[in-house]
Design a protein around this ligand. Structure first.
Ligand SMILES: [Zn+2]
Length: 267
């Protein structure tokens, strides 16, 4: 066990987290993605290297821009910490698991799941901040999942029939959401959610995707009722749906099959 690497992995996660902040902000403002230096969101001044150290800089600067003194968006340190924790968790949990696989899957498998986690984090963040799901993230998630499954089939450790079922199930859920979207006139959820469920369905596979989607509605209902109680007056508070889809997906990926088995014994 090379647990001494953990602080390093945590820091790499924080660096990727600050990159995700840039991706999210630039997805929302339509700015150039990869080129262009980081600048203060308020006075547009280019940032120096010592203002770009994830987590550390925020606390060293006491949460304010050095020149215009505008408070730095709290999302910066929060996302950096979240991503760093995701990396640490992936490293600790995955360690025993990754050793079971052989080359080159030893790289491909953990790499795939880490990228999936990061994409889901981006979608989660853009949706809670702006009710917006970037198409590039949804598309990348679908293509990556398909490519990954094809690689597994190529290595003979994945059944092509499972992929056919995953595609069939994802299409089924896509049409179900399209139907919901049409009858609610797009008020219940955005079209971005309709596209997203296809990608998530592929990821969860059949039949775990049924658990994931069902749980998304359960989580959404719980939070929706909570919001109604807290904000009594404002009735039509819009609640982004992608975060619940993502939490449902995460639950289904970890415990989908056991939850389904548990449920089936009552039938
Ligand atoms: Zn500034």
């Amino acid at each position: 066990m090379t647990l001494w690497l953990l602080p390093f992995v945590f820091f790499i996660g924080a660096v990727i987290g600050s990159f995700i902040n840039v991706l999210v902000i630039r997805s929302l403002t339509g700015e150039q993605f990869l080129w262009g230096r980081s600048h203060c969101d308020s006075c547009r001044r280019d940032l120096e290297w010592f203002e770009l150290i994830p987590l550390v800089s925020f606390f060293a600067l006491r949460g304010r821009c050095r020149t215009c003194h505008t408070p730095i968006d709290i999302m910066h340190p929060v996302v950096e910490l979240l991503t760093a924790s995701l990396f640490a968790w992936w490293f600790v949990i995955g360690f025993a698991f990754f050793q079971l696989t052989t080359q080159p899957l030893m790289i491909i498998q953990p790499g795939f799941w880490l990228l999936v986690g990061l994409l889901l984090l981006v979608i989660f963040l853009t949706d809670i901040q702006a009710y917006y799901i970037p198409d590039w993230a949804t598309l990348m998630l679908s293509l990556m999942t398909l490519a990954y499954r094809f690689v597994l089939i190529g290595f003979g450790i994945y059944n092509p029939q499972s992929l056919a079922w995953a595609l069939f199930g994802a299409a089924l859920i896509l049409f179900f959401f399209l139907f919901l979207w049409l009858i609610t006139g797009g008020r219940g959820m955005g079209f971005g959610d309709v596209k997203l469920v296809f990608a998530l369905g592929l990821l969860m596979e059949w039949p775990a995707m049924l658990v994931g989607i069902f749980l998304a509605f359960v989580y959404g209902a719980i939070v929706g009722v909570g919001v109604l109680i807290v904000s009594r007056q404002r009735r039509g508070v819009p609640i982004p749906f992608a975060p619940f889809l993502i939490l449902g997906t995460a639950t289904a990926l970890m415990w989908g099959d056991s939850l389904l088995r548990w449920y089936m014994q009552f039938l």
